[in-house]
Design a protein around this ligand. Sequence first.
Ligand SMILES: NC(=O)c1ccc[n+]([C@@H]2O[C@H](COP(=O)([O-])OP(=O)(O)OC[C@H]3O[C@@H](n4cnc5c(N)ncnc54)[C@H](O)[C@@H]3O)[C@@H](O)[C@H]2O)c1
Ligand SMILES: O=P(O)(O)OC[C@H]1O[C@H](O[C@H]2[C@H](O)[C@@H](O)[C@@H](O)O[C@@H]2CO)[C@H](O)[C@@H](O)[C@@H]1O
Ligand SMILES: [Mn+2]
Length: 436
Amino acid sequence: MSVITVAGGGSGYTPGILLTALKFKKEFPISEVRLYDIDHERNADMGIIMNYLFEKNHEQIKLVVTEDPQVAFTGCDFVFSQIRVGGMKMREKDEKIPMKYGLVGQETCGVGGFSYGMRSMKGFLKLVGFIEKYAPDCWILNYTNPETIIAESVRRQFPKIKIVNACDMTIGIEELLEESFGYDRNNFICQYYGLNHFGWYREIYDVSRGKDILPEIIEKIKTQGFKLDGMDPSWAHTYGVMADMVREFFPQYLPNNYLQYYLYQDRAMEKEDPNYTRANEIMDGRLKKIKDTVAKIKENRDLETIDYESESHGQYIVQIAISILHNQNGRFMLIVPNKGAIPNLRQDAVVEVPCYVNARGIEPISLRYDIPDLHKGLMEAQVASEKLLVDAFFEHSYQKALEAFTLNQTVPNATVAKKALNDLIEANGDYWVELN
Ligand SMILES: NC(=O)c1ccc[n+]([C@@H]2O[C@H](COP(=O)([O-])OP(=O)(O)OC[C@H]3O[C@@H](n4cnc5c(N)ncnc54)[C@H](O)[C@@H]3O)[C@@H](O)[C@H]2O)c1
Ligand SMILES: O=P(O)(O)OC[C@H]1O[C@H](O[C@H]2[C@H](O)[C@@H](O)[C@@H](O)O[C@@H]2CO)[C@H](O)[C@@H](O)[C@@H]1O
Ligand SMILES: [Mn+2]
């Protein structure tokens, strides 16, 4: 039986992950769940929700809600980490401040993502320190963003820690292909490569048809487009721009939707309201839902409307845990040190590629082929900018931060890079390390 700790327990993703774990209790039996957070109210709220959901499912699982890292991590087997350092209010600043300078404002991309990355490194590395102290043998299954920057900083400071860095975006894209064109992604063997939120599908082999169906998919995107009706408007716009990337510019590969922020900033930002961004949508959506649910439980009303359920975000990370526990060699897109997986990209890059996961950990799969110059050029520059940001963090270097901002592939010149950097330094205060 496993003891699992959710770091960032107050997250709206917690129910989906834990309900998924319950769905797979045969392969992943759990004796205890601990919610760990630094925000008492967020953690307590989620404790009320999870206690209700465990009771509703007649689950006899010990639930601990704590802000004490020693209580949270001592003896745990898995940590599911999903923290947002600075919360949604700082995400709002990450999204709005860059737009003042005509730059992309986004959670994980552009200088907004760099602002988040500087906060996230400081908070996440402290968290990993607790885990190394209280549960050195556990597995950290990490969703905390920005994934490439987190992965690089952990690789430098905790080279021995057992961590898996995962992103659910490729799952979201493959589910979009299912919903739009009737495929079953369980039949897919995907050749995908990139940085996190900065990648391309080169092949989607469909085992039920014995062939690569990517050319057929590209044709359907060009002629039919994706099925977007009923989708969250923010995501519908994103996938609409992704289809245009294929249709109007680069039809050879299926791009990750986040490339819109690097290749089509005008299109990506056309829908943005500088006064009401994605962070505001989430505050009025996912976060409000948590509060509403707690009220229903406390007042014992409308319980049938509580609709948290297992979904792909949770399934992905739980399947990774099961693949470790049962030495399954499951195949997952993970964020790992390159070390030759992409042969013609710098070895020390942190990349997102297919990996096997077993009891020994992660085994990246070599692509065996060189990637094209367009992708290599974009990735080499972005990798360098992200490494400079991690250098800036560890060296407390303003100069390295300015170089990172200038080289970020969403930034046109050093002048605007410096203005945005100085503004974000002020906005972040102690959330960032001091830069000299
Ligand atoms: N990798 C992926 O593909 C993927 C997918 C979805 C979400 N995410 C990431 O998961 C994280 C959570 O997203 P969310 O929308 O639920 O955020 P959220 O703000 O709603 O919840 C995050 C929780 O983390 C807590 N927290 C903040 N700093 C902490 C710290 N130092 N220690 C412990 N807890 C801390 C907050 O109090 C909050 O309860 C974010 O980093 C987000 O970017 C990643
Ligand atoms: O804007 P958000 O906070 O709703 O989502 C940002 C995340 O988007 C991607 O992940 C999921 C997302 O978590 C889920 O809510 C849904 O919208 O589908 C997305 C793709 O599966 C992205 O991978 C994460 O890194 C972002 O944090
Ligand atoms: Mn992601």
